[in-house]
Design a protein around this ligand. Structure first.
Ligand SMILES: [Zn+2]
Length: 113
């Protein structure tokens, strides 16, 4: 078990990362919390929520993991989460810093624009 101080140190290091590097760290962590005990798959994912002034409710999109093979081992452009798309397999809206990324829920390759 970690202490509050341990977790504060981890958080302090994560806050210092640009968003595309934070996403790469969480890509390695969040899938460890996926559960499928009764045929109902639940995945812990990172999401971005946007409140558009002229539309009711929040738009929630899953943060897709950059396709590191496509970017020759890199993470794609450090531009914030400006690329948007849709996962064709699980029908989730996705967002990423990269145009080529993987859905964090089902792992399908997604093209974002
Ligand atoms: Zn998907």
């Amino acid at each position: 078990m970690t202490t509050d101080e341990d977790r504060a140190r981890i958080a302090e290091r994560l806050v210092a990362l640009p968003v595309h590097e934070l996403i790469d760290v969480l890509r390695r962590v969040l899938p460890q919390y996926t559960e499928d005990p009764y045929g109902i798959r639940t995945a812990l994912v990172l999401a971005e929520a946007t409140d558009y002034e002229d539309e009711p409710g929040l738009e929630v999109e899953l943060v897709a993991w950059p396709d590191r093979d496509y970017y020759n081992g890199g993470l794609g452009i450090d531009q914030g989460l400006w690329e948007h798309g849709h996962c064709e397999k699980c029908d989730a809206g996705v967002v990423s810093n990269a145009k080529r990324a993987y859905c964090p829920y089902c792992g399908s390759r997604c093209g974002l624009t």
